[in-house]
Design a protein around this ligand. Structure first.
Ligand SMILES: CC(C)(COP(=O)(O)OP(=O)(O)OC[C@H]1O[C@@H](n2cnc3c(N)ncnc32)[C@H](O)[C@@H]1OP(=O)(O)O)[C@@H](O)C(=O)NCCC(=O)NCCS
Length: 168
């Protein structure tokens, strides 16, 4: 039997193309039928390998999770952007390739992202998820997040509700 190792680490420049690929697969899987097709395709196309290479170069905090040497997902983390919320840290994005969802990798990446934020001195954490993304809502509820605020995001004139989960 082959043993698969799971590794979570900061993204490096060589990961840019694989992250772009995960981003495309995960966003299509999560948002097709929720975000209008044209807006979704536009967002995916903007985030190609060059976009990710720049994000990694600019020291944006991008974490990746690898399983058996394959990049299975990524998270981006930093300061909370919503002034009305007192939590200092934020997970901007947390996405896994569809074939790696539902086997505990998201929970591990989430825990590591939270640890990194707190190690960098940021107290408390916010994550936003689209209300129609039922899987994400269950995931953050299951991880102990409190559903505390709502907002709206507009995609090609379609307004979608988003929900903020917080951890103190
Ligand atoms: C949301 C996501 C990060 C969760 O990671 P994951 O590895 O699939 O989740 P885990 O296997 O660690 O599951 C942990 C818990 O979350 C819940 N959960 C996760 N995905 C779920 C889903 N699609 N539907 C319902 N519950 C779900 C379960 O309650 C699970 O608890 P259990 O272990 O008792 O069954 C991942 O599924 C993903 O990338 N989804 C698509 C992209 C996305 O929606 N990202 C979040 C955007 S804000």
């Amino acid at each position: 039997m082959k043993t698969l190792t799971i590794d979570i680490r900061k993204a490096e420049l060589r990961d840019a193309a694989a992250i772009a690929d995960v981003h495309q697969e995960a966003w299509q899987g999560a948002y097709s039928g929720i975000i209008p097709h044209r807006a979704l395709t536009g967002m995916i196309n903007r985030r190609g390998p060059n976009w990710w290479a720049n994000a990694i170069r600019r020291a944006a905090s991008v974490l990746v999770i690898e399983i058996g040497g394959e990049l299975a997902g990524y998270a981006t983390i930093g300061k909370n952007r919503a002034r009305e919320l007192s939590q200092q840290g934020e997970i901007y994005e947390l996405y896994l390739r569809p074939e790696y969802q539902g086997i505990g990798l998201g929970s591990r990446l989430f825990a590591e992202a939270r640890k990194k934020l707190s190690a960098s001195g940021l107290r408390g954490l916010v994550v936003w998820a689209l209300e129609e993304n039922a899987g994400a809502l269950s995931f953050y509820e299951g991880a102990g997040g409190r559903d505390i605020a709502e907002g709206v995001e507009v995609f090609d004139q379609k307004a979608l509700k988003k929900v903020a989960f917080v951890w103190d």
